[in-house]
Write a protein that binds this ligand. Structure first.
Ligand SMILES: *Cc1c(COP(=O)(O)O)cnc(C)c1O
Length: 380
């Protein structure tokens, strides 16, 4: 079925096509000058010293944990209200994910009180996720990390250019990880980026990204090197220049795209505020946000009621999603610690994600709000 209003729409034009064609015609398709330029521009945009392109954010999270020597026997505290990659990456290095609850129905980021409850002598790192580009409480997370000597990896997939007290998300912890998957704020098909101020971590990650080899084919082709050693057991997690050239166009459009999304969000707040049966998370947050998604949570509801309402919205031509089914409930994570995750479970059962992208009109938002109100009323 094709939706009248889809959940997401690409912000693509002729510029992306032209960039790909130019890269094709350059005949350098794999990781090369476009990736380097994207790394430099992206890191500068975030106020970080180094950027490293990778195949996707999942690879970025994996390499971040590897570069910090996190391994079997170590525990990493992660949210459960996130995309599964935030927890899967912990398993890649043989460590144990420990799930923490969210702060409240109003603040869907990881609860710092619950992180504090779940720290043990084996805890080595925390991976906060900035939900929809709204920041986790980084001051308190960094203070806890300092006190217990923990690393902080920001899963900033939702939040390029989003801010926390004047700093860009992803640039506050030891490492920040971003995704350029098709439906993210920056879309290159697949793609990702890791940023850090730590040269040692950046250099180690660059090695691990390409088999642990000390030089790359681009350097060798350019005559800068003729041979290489393999000094670590790395992966092939390289991005390619076709995607990087799309990314360069996309970051040029990002600020304007986010400003349009902020306008769409303000229309949603106006249209939805009179609906009594819902909570709009982050309603009072004044930080600049990417508004990656537009979540609402049904009050005094159940998963069945939520699913019925989603069906009604779909019949009205409005595509919706759920961010997120609680990760600790997936069967692969059943054997891990999942104490005290009641808010996460409630949101997983009762959240609906409404359409959000730059080209949504005021009319669209009014239509969606009406469909939501009617769906809620008929469910009573
Ligand atoms: C999209 C996403 C990821 C994974 O990114 P990929 O680039 O698809 O690997 C991880 N965490 C969060 C919060 C995401 O939204």
């Amino acid at each position: 079925m094709s939706f009248k209003i889809p959940l997401f729409d690409l912000n693509f034009g002729k510029e992306e096509t032209a960039a790909v064609v130019a890269t094709l015609e350059s005949k350098w398709l794999s990781m090369g000058p476009q990736c380097v330029e994207l790394e430099e521009k992206f890191a500068a945009m975030c106020g970080s010293k180094r950027g490293v392109t990778v195949t996707n954010c999942t690879a970025a999270l994996h390499l971040a944990l590897m570069a910090m020597d996190i391994k079997e026997g170590d525990e990493v505290i992660v949210p459960s209200l996130t995309f599964v990659a935030t927890a899967n990456c912990v398993r890649y290095v043989g460590a144990t994910p420990v799930f923490a609850d969210i702060t409240s129905l109003d603040d869907l980021t990881i609860s710092v009180d619950d992180i504090a409850n779940k720290i043990t002598p084996n805890t080595k790192a925390i991976i906060p996720m900035h939900f929809a580009g709204y920041p986790a409480d980084m001051d308190r997370i960094m203070a806890l990390a300092k006190k217990h000597n923990l690393k902080v990896i920001e899963d900033a997939c939702h939040g390029p250019l989003s801010e926390y007290k004047g700093r860009k998300l992803g640039s506050i912890g030891d490492v920040g990880c971003f995704s350029f998957f098709s439906n993210k704020n920056i879309s290159t098909g697949e793609g990702g980026m890791l940023i850090t101020d730590n040269d040692e971590i950046a250099d180690r990650i660059k090695l691990l990204r390409s088999h642990g080899m000390t030089t790359m084919s681009y350097q060798r082709a350019a005559g800068h090197a003729t041979t290489y050693d393999v000094v670590d057991s790395g992966y092939n997690y390289r991005m390619d220049d076709l995607r990087a050239s799309i990314g360069l166009v996309q970051i040029g459009k990002l600020q304007a795209d986010l400003e349009s999304r902020a306008k769409v969000r303000s229309w949603y707040l106006e249209e939805l505020k009179a609906i009594p049966g819902i909570v709009i998370p982050f309603q009072n947050c004044t930080e600049f946000s990417s508004n990656y998604v537009m979540p609402v949570i049904l009050k005094e509801s159940t998963a069945e009621k939520r699913d019925t309402l989603r069906d009604a919205l779909h019949s009205a031509g409005v595509q919706t999603s759920v961010h997120y089914p609680a990760v600790h409930r997936f069967s692969v994570f059943e054997r891990f610690n999942s104490q005290d995750l009641t808010l996460t479970e409630y949101v997983g059962d009762n959240e609906i994600t409404l359409p959000m992208y730059a080209a949504i009109t005021r009319e669209n938002v009014r239509y969606i709000a009406k469909a939501l109100r009617e769906g809620l009323n008929s469910g009573e």
